[in-house]
Structures are given as C-alpha cells and as structure tokens.
Design a protein around this ligand. Structure first.
Ligand SMILES: Cc1cc2nc3c(=O)[nH]c(=O)nc-3n(C[C@H](O)[C@H](O)[C@H](O)COP(=O)(O)OP(=O)(O)OC[C@H]3O[C@@H](n4cnc5c(N)ncnc54)[C@H](O)[C@@H]3O)c2cc1C
Length: 407
C-alpha cells in the first residue's frame, strides 16, 4: 500500500505520523512544497515579535524525526494529479504512484486588484520565507503599510509594532475589521483599540497601486511612502493541480466526515478542505490549526482502512490584536435571536446567539472568562429552559446557566 500526502503543514504531518503507526508495512511519502523542515504558520506572529526563533516554528523539532519514522519527505510542488493512473506529477517531472492520496496543501494569499504588487518591498505574510523578509524590512522607525484587516493582519500587528514599525492599515471602503469573525460592534472596538495605540486605520479609500519606493497610491490620491507593504487580503485553497481529476471544489475540496473527496482514493484535510460543520448539514473551510490536525488524523484512519468520522468543526477563532483578545465561536452571526452586553470604554463585549433555547454562537472581546462555558453549551447543545430568558436579560450569568442546565 502506498500512501502519498501532498503538503507538509499540520494536516499533512499529522496524517503521515498516524498512517505510519496504523499501517506499518505501507509506504508513506509526504511532498513538502517549501524547503526546510515542516513548520506551523500559526507560529509566524511570535517569530515576528521576536518571542521565538525559527526553531520554535517547527512542527517537530528533531530534524531526524521523519526519517526515523520511515516517512519519506520529498521537496517539490505537485503540478498535476492523474486520478485514473493513481499518480502525482511534481514540478520537476517526478511521478509518485499512490493507492491512497491525501491533499493537505492548505491555502495561499490571494492578490487584491492593486497594481505593482511585484515591486520590491511588497510581501505577503504566509510562509516562513515571507516572515524572514518582513523581519529584515521592519526595523525601528520603518513605515509599514498593511493591506487588509482580516485575521492575519490583526494577528501580525503586534509583531510589526514590537519591531518598532509605524503602522498604517488599509481597511477598505467599509472600514470593518475582521469581518469573517466579528460583528460590527466587536470590529469597531478592535479598530478603536488599534487607533488608540498609534495605528492609523484608513477606511473609505482603497489602494490602487504600489509605486517605487515603495509607496502605496490610494484612490483618493493620497500616497503612503513606506519601507514595507504587507498584503493580507484573503486566501484561496491550493487545488489547481486537481484540475481534470473530477474532485469537486467549492470554497475548498468537498469532503465527507471521513475526509473522502468526490473521487475514490483521494482524501483532503486542513485549510484546503471544506468539511462538515458541527451540528449542521453545512460544510465549510475551518482554516485553523486544531481543525487541520484533527482532519489529518481522521483522514489517516480512513486511508488505513479504519472507520473514523470527523465530528464536525465548531468554527472558533481566537485573535490577539495588539493585546486585545477577541474570540468568536459557533454560529456567531446567529439566527436573529441574540443578546449582548457591552462596555465600550473598557473594550469589553459579549454577544450570545440562540436557536430555540440553545446557545449556538458567541463573540467575546476583552474577556476570556466565559469561553469554556460557552463552548460547552454549544458543543453539548444544552437546552437552557428558563435560563434562556435569564441570559437574554443578563448574558454575564452564562456560567450559572451552564451549571443549572447541565445539573
Ligand atoms: C500568520 C498566521 C497566523 C495564524 N495564526 C493562527 C492561530 O493563532 N491559530 C490557528 O488555529 N490558526 C492560525 N493560523 C492558520 C493555520 O496556520 C492554518 O489553519 C494551518 O496552517 C492549516 O494547516 P494545513 O496543514 O491545512 O495547511 P498549511 O499549514 O498551509 O500547509 C500546507 C502545506 O502544503 C504545501 N503545499 C501547498 N501547495 C503545494 C503543492 N502544489 N505541492 C506540494 N506542497 C504544497 C505547503 O508548502 C505546506 O507545506 C494562522 C495562519 C497564519 C498565516
């Protein structure tokens, strides 16, 4: 049995290790799209702020780890998959035969419609190589323009500020921050927090070009001279090499609870996969490391002939924007049956969303006191009974509600 894994991020590495354990006689090959040892992207913000060195980003510290396990790591990029011939073709022409294939290629930054993104001084913040370039360019007194106000932008601000850079953030026409995980109130709080810490947040305007310097030219005519431009405006799954295989791709590779794609023998896990959501029939890209690890594990079990179902991911994001912690969990956009408490001056906010008498989602800003309890209520689909109305009157009583409703 030959198992081939494309991708050496958390999903790929986890799958390789489980396959080795579950199927000792099988061949396990992992194609790593980037040079060097497999690393975790989520460590990049810590590297930027100097809290860890490059060694701290590695998924497994021991350089001999993969060889000792008998996992063959090949450096290269998958160019094509021949599903009928059960073969992966790499950029340099090498061919890998597989019986079971796992696609764990994650996603890559998508480029906004801005001219001149190929100029020197313009980088994404996605790979270790990107991080090295940013560290070299972001020095004390340097001016950094950050395009985008999503999760990655917010999470790397601390690193950029810690390096002594002056930050201008381009927030697009609406100016709404972290739209994919925060409502307007929470996004507004995060924005004010950034501004109070000296970050200039531009809205109602958009970047049209990067000129030599570099300098970012805005639609309004304003020019932002800088030493570094970081582009973080969204991502797309790495799936081009699957063209012609029949694998169905929507926001990611569609997989069932066993991480099977629509083509027999081909599985997918991690950021490139669109998998089952917890407690609903929908499927989405979960795009966080714990989900990638769990999906890699589930894929490995099923590739090795065991039967293991993914429970479905509860969307959960934890964001540290210059020290302000914000979380969203579950269906925080809600079903129109929500409640919240807010203390804008203290940067504290909690929103709960209900469906019938159950909590289905929540947002917290500036407070982490109830997150475990809220997660428990969502995961346990706990009926609140009379406690729903009490929570609607005062969401701060969520721990009391949990205790009473689970007794
Ligand atoms: C700056 C930053 C901060 C983050 N912070 C957090 C956080 O705090 N918490 C959290 O949970 N998540 C965080 N994330 C998200 C997290 O990193 C991802 O969810 C996780 O990396 C997904 O793992 P993966 O294995 O699916 O994909 P990836 O880690 O993206 O790995 C994909 C692998 O596939 C390879 N590859 C791609 N295309 C090809 C190809 N054609 N051929 C061969 N190989 C290929 C890549 O080189 C890589 O080895 C962060 C991400 C970034 C960028």
């Amino acid at each position: 049995m030959q198992h081939v894994i494309i991708g050496a991020g958390p999903a790929g590495v986890t799958a390789a290790e489980h396959l080795r354990r579950l199927d000792p006689a099988a061949g396990v090959s992992m194609v790593a799209g980037e040079a060097g040892l497999p690393y975790a992207r989520m460590a990049i913000p810590y590297l930027l702020s100097g809290r860890i060195g490059e060694a701290g980003t590695m998924i497994r510290r021991d350089p001999g780890h993969y060889e000792e396990l008998g996992i063959r790591v090949l450096c290269g990029r998958a160019r094509k998959v021949d599903a009928a011939g059960h073969t992966v073709i790499l950029d340099d022409g090498r061919k890998l035969r597989y019986d079971r294939l796992l696609v764990a290629t994650g996603s890559s930054p998508s480029a906004p419609a801005v001219e001149g993104l190929d100029r020197p001084g313009v980088h994404t913040c996605w790979t270790l190589e990107d991080a090295r370039r940013i560290v070299a360019a972001a020095q004390t007194g340097s001016r950094v323009v950050l395009m985008g106000v999503g999760f990655v932008s917010c999470i790397i601000m601390q690193g950029l500020v810690a390096r002594g850079s002056g930050l201008t953030v381009i927030a697009g026409s609406s100016g709404r921050m972290v739209r994919s995980m925060m409502d307007e109130t929470a996004g507004g709080m995060i924005r004010r927090w950034c501004e109070a810490r000296g970050v200039r947040v531009l809205s109602g305007d958009r970047a049209v070009a990067v000129e030599d310097g570099p300098a970012v030219r805005m639609e309004s005519g304003e020019t932002l001279p800088c030493e570094l431009v970081v582009v973080a405006t969204g991502v797309k799954p790495n799936v081009e090499f699957l063209d012609g295989t029949g694998v169905t791709v929507e926001q990611g590779i569609l997989v069932d609870a066993r991480m099977r794609s629509t083509v027999p023998g081909i599985y997918a896990a991690g950021d490139c996969a669109q998998g089952p959501d917890f407690g609903s029939r929908s499927r989405s890209v979960h795009a966080i490391q714990p989900a990638a690890v769990e999906q890699g594990r589930v894929a490995a079990f099923n590739m090795a002939g065991r039967d293991l179902a993914y429970r479905g991911g509860i969307p959960m994001n934890v964001l540290d924007t210059l020290g302000l912690i914000a979380t969203s969990i579950g269906r925080w956009q809600g079903a129109g049956d929500g409640t919240w408490v807010e203390d804008g001056d203290a940067y504290r906010y909690m929103r709960l969303e209900f469906e019938d008498d159950r909590v289905i989602g929540a947002i917290n800003v500036g407070r982490t006191d109830h997150i475990g309890v809220i997660r428990g209520l969502i995961e346990g689909r706990v009926p609140l009974g009379v406690w729903k109305d009490r929570l609607r009157a005062d969401p701060n009583r969520v721990a009391e509600a949990y205790v009473a409703a689970t007794r």
